[in-house]
Design a protein around this ligand. Structure first.
Ligand code: EPZ
Length: 431
């Protein structure tokens, strides 16, 4: 993350006065987890590319810096990014930039496939887990690359990658994306079995196909890639952010409001929509690519288990839990994707929630109300969950940890204010 941005985010807090019903329409930005990997995917191409609907986020700035350091020329005009990767000047991704942005590891596949060499520091862990990359590395070796890790840097070499049949031990989103990109320029056919099926994986495949790649089955468990000699330029529109959309659905639900989100692809949120309907909310897709949420005033508890797509998304777990704290009844939330993603629980308890944690399972006893309090977000989605809880809490909540929030939500408080929320970003008391 850009130092000046994080310092500014670090030195400000959000103040939220809860209890105000929301109304109106909110615009959903392009998907962070698609934009980041598509920017890295542009490294596969030896001609300029254009990406549209790119969200304005700290992480996007971070990825742009890394690509520039590799020699990519980048111009940005609002949500349009012009990327010219014609002249890659180095295949060494700089540690000081990579260490700040896990997604920069996505550069390894395209650099190796196009340049035959890549040196990318290990992304390392974060608040939600160790986040190893052995599935990425093992797959690149199966494509014929020589890969070793030295002094925290992954070194990969291959004069020409060769297609292979690869079974992923776990349907990792990042590993599927890395191997799919690497295989686009490999000799022959690659089959990825037990692949991740997330919409962002399908969006990456469509982006590569628009550059001339031969890929079938993206979005299913089995992806087949027939390598091609080179890719050509493209002008590509990124899908809407399903997690940002899910977050606004929770904001509408917890305040028992009637709001419209657009653009949204409802199919990308099937598990979330099904759970919201099962606890009492009405969700109506509309013709203009919108999704409307309405409430009946109360909602019940439920059971959630996070799983790879199309299961319930781990990125929505904390935010849905905020809603369940005010359910009529009890809920059980089991986090199976990341080993340390319940960091938001103590902060929700500080606001009066009744949650007990055992390992990766949280048992939530619904309470009649939450109370405003000073809380701190520990990661991106944990901080978003605290904002959502604060929208329903009595009195004022002050939220620290905005350096996390700004990584994944563009104009978050402005969009909420547009729906009538009482929310403000102010300098941190002792900043
Ligand atoms: C992507 O991370 C997303 N990030 C995450 O979103 C999201 O939570 C995750 O997919 C799961 O949906 C981006 O797309 C930039 P994984 P990624 O590889 O690719 C383990 C957000 O909030 N694993 O599917 O890193 C891993 O440790 C972020 O926007 C291995 O063990 O996720 C984890 O427990 C957070 N070995 C599980 O698999 C490997 O080689 C899922 O990881 C790779 C992964």
């Amino acid at each position: 993350m850009d130092q000046s941005v994080s310092t500014k985010a670090n030195s400000s807090i959000l103040e939220v006065w809860g209890g105000t019903p929301l109304q109106g329409k909110v615009n959903i930005s392009g998907a962070k987890n698609s934009a980041l990997v598509l920017m890295a995917g542009a490294l596969l191409c030896s001609e300029p590319c254009r990406l549209r609907n790119v969200p304005s986020l700290a992480d996007i700035q971070g990825m742009a810096k890394i690509l520039k350091a590799l020699g990519v020329k980048i111009k940005q005009d609002n949500d349009v990014l012009e990327l010219d990767p014609t002249h890659i000047t180095t295949t060494d991704a700089p540690y000081e930039l990579v260490s700040k942005l896990r997604a920069s590891f996505f550069a390894i596949g395209p650099l190796l496939a196009r340049m035959g060499v890549a040196k990318v520091p290990l992304p390392g862990g974060c608040a939600i887990g160790a986040r190893p990359v052995e599935i990425h590395v093992r797959g690149l070796k199966q494509l014929g690359a020589e890969v070793y890790i030295e002094h925290g840097v992954v070194h990969a070499y291959a004069s020409k990658l060769k297609g292979a049949k690869i079974y992923l031990d776990y349907p990792s989103v990042g590993a599927t994306e890395t191997l799919m990109m690497a295989a686009t320029l490999a000799e022959g056919e690659t089959v990825l079995d037990n692949a991740a099926q997330e919409p962002e994986v399908a969006d990456l495949a469509n982006f590569c196909i628009s550059m001339g790649a031969k890929i079938t089955g993206a979005g299913t468990k089995t992806i087949t890639i027939s390598g091609v000699p080179k890719l050509h330029s493209t002008d590509y529109n990124i899908v809407p952010d399903r997690i940002e959309a899910g977050t606004f659905l929770m904001a509408g639900a917890i305040t028992h409001s009637d709001i419209l989100l657009s653009p949204v692809v409802p199919d990308h949120l099937t598990a979330v929509i099904a759970k919201l309907r099962s606890i009492g909310f009405q969700l109506t897709p509309d013709a203009q690519q919108g999704l409307r949420i309405q409430s009946k005033g109360v909602h019940t508890g439920t059971e959630i288990e996070t799983l790879p797509y199309p299961g319930f998304p781990t990125d929505m777990q904390s935010i849905f839990m905020a809603l369940l704290t005010l359910s009529e009844g009890n809920s059980v939330v089991t986090e199976t994707v990341f080993e340390n993603r319940l960091g938001h629980v103590p902060e929700l308890v500080r606001m009066g929630a009744d949650i007990r944690v055992k390992g990766n399972i949280a048992v939530i006893h619904g309470v009649p109300f939450l109370s405003g309090a000073p809380v701190t977000g520990t990661d991106l989605r944990a901080t978003a969950a605290l904002v959502v809880a604060a929208l329903a809490a009595k009195g004022k909540t002050s939220i620290e940890g905005l350096q996390h929030l700004d990584r994944g939500y563009s104009d978050f408080e402005q969009k909420l204010r547009g729906l009538g929320a009482r929310i403000e970003r102010v300098p941190a008391p002792n900043a």
